[in-house]
Design a protein around this ligand. Structure first.
Ligand code: NAP
Length: 400
């Protein structure tokens, strides 16, 4: 067995995802909570070549990186080689495949599994979906005091598993929906042949697309304040965006940072009134309006040092010093693999004239891959339910 070490902290969704992936691969690992032990935090920072993020994963003493790097290794098949795991079967034939493991995918799995369809859920790029990287969810019915996003998703997953769902940690890398059974090629593992398919691939965080953003991810640029907030204790940071996610990030990182500047491209926030009130009432949070980030300065050695800002009204450019940059500018649908196979709108959202049916018979859709309007956890759950019931009905028609 390889020696796997995971440096993590409590309430860190990416730490949780990484541990879940390792457990799915049947791996044991030692875990160190860097928040509890300053000495261990120092040790992690020394070993992780300048990165300031958790989790940090080491296999036999070698730095793998965080969850993103671990998942990319898994999706390329290299993780199995690294861990000396056995080869998987090449082809699996099944009745129902669900792509995506966010609220829509897991709700579909619960319904389909209870209907004894034995669904296979392909977990996708972001297991647990968007709620997995959220903190307190206050508007999901049934939780008067709110519920932590990761906790809710773990419960949904356990519920789907209990009724007989199989989970595969992989991404769909190719599909052929014009043949029967439908064909889905998975990145790390095998090909799936299925009678019906539910697309619940959701949406992923949008990138600014500016210089420094990718290079400094993990070195001062983050999309998860609950994970990385403690690395910015008493520092000045910026949050980019004007929606609920941006304000949530700002409120979360304000527990640690000295000052948080929210940079928004307009003069009005898109976020809900309640989140706006919380942010406006937080003394550490200030706002820079009508402004775009054009570049992120810094180096992997020394971390982020500032951003180049441009005022959209006046065109004035200035540099703003900060040591952390949290990007929260919305999401884009994860539907690229269906291009040319399923009808979609110009933004890549899958079209559904007769919801939850798509343009291909036997293929159903739900959640943020289709819904650009409501995008709520509870509407995604409703979509997942409808997609599973429609798929069940369709499969009954095939066998009668
Ligand atoms: P969102 O509502 O789409 O907001 C994205 C924000 O980023 C907008 O303010 C947008 O500016 C800005 N933006 C987009 N592209 C940009 C770019 N290239 N450069 C600079 N700024 C850019 O996305 P979200 O905040 O992720 O929320 C998504 C959904 O989840 C919403 O329905 C939200 O209510 C929900 N949500 C709820 C909670 C909660 O209730 N606690 C928490 C998180 C998310 P413009 O305003 O100018 O378009």
């Amino acid at each position: 067995m390889p020696n796997i070490e995971v440096y993590s902290k409590k309430d860190c969704p990416f730490c949780h995802k990484a541990k879940e992936l390792l457990r799915e691969k049947g791996q044991e690992f030692t875990e160190t909570d860097v928040e509890k032990d300053p000495q261990k935090l120092k040790e992690m920072l020394e070993r992780s070549q300048g990165r300031k993020t958790v989790p940090e994963i080491f296999v036999d003493g070698e730095l793998i990186g965080g969850f993103d790097e671990l998942r990319d290794l898994a999706n390329s098949g290299k993780l199995d080689q690294l861990l000396s795991l056995q080869e998987k079967p090449k082809e699996i034939k099944t009745k129902l495949v669900i792509l995506g493991s966010g609220t829509a995918g897991l709700t579909a799995a619960i319904y389909a599994a209870r209907a004894t369809l034995k669904p296979i859920v392909v977990e996708g790029r972001d297991p647990g979906g968007q709620l997995f990287t959220t903190t307190l969810v206050e508007n999901y019915p049934g939780f008067p005091d709110g519920v932590q996003g990761p906790e809710l998703m773990e419960k949904m997953r356990a519920q789907a598993e209990r009724f007989g769902t199989t989970f595969i940690t992989a991404e769909a890398s190719s599909v052929n929906l014009s043949r029967r059974p439908l064909f889905i090629g998975l990145s790390d593992c095998c090909d799936l042949l299925t009678d019906a398919l539910i697309v619940a691939t959701g949406a992923s965080p949008r990138e600014l697309g500016v210089k420094g953003e990718r290079e400094l991810r993990g070195y001062g640029v983050s999309t998860c304040a609950t994970c990385d907030g403690p690395f910015f204790k008493d520092k000045e940071v910026v949050v980019v965006g004007g929606g609920d996610s941006a304000l949530e990030e700002a409120l979360s990182v304000s527990k640690f940072a000295a000052k948080v500047a929210v940079i928004h491209r307009r003069d009005k926030l898109r976020a809900s009134r309640i989140m706006q009130e919380r942010a406006f009432n937080n003394k550490k949070i200030s706002f820079i309006w009508d402004t775009e980030v054009k570049e992120i300065y810094g180096s992997q050695k020394n971390g982020a040092s500032g951003v180049k800002l441009v005022n959209r009204r006046t065109g004035e450019e200035k540099e703003f010093s900060c040591e952390g940059v949290f990007v929260a500018i919305g999401h884009e649908p994860n539907t690229a693999v269906f291009k040319g196979q399923l009808e979609m709108d110009e933004h890549g959202y899958i079209a559904s004239k007769e919801f939850p049916r798509t343009s291909v018979e036997g293929v159903f859709v739900g959640g943020d891959a289709f819904d650009h309007r409501f995008r709520q956890a509870v509407t995604a759950a409703g979509d997942g339910c409808k997609a599973a019931l429609a798929a069940e009905h369709y499969l009954e028609g095939l066998s009668s």
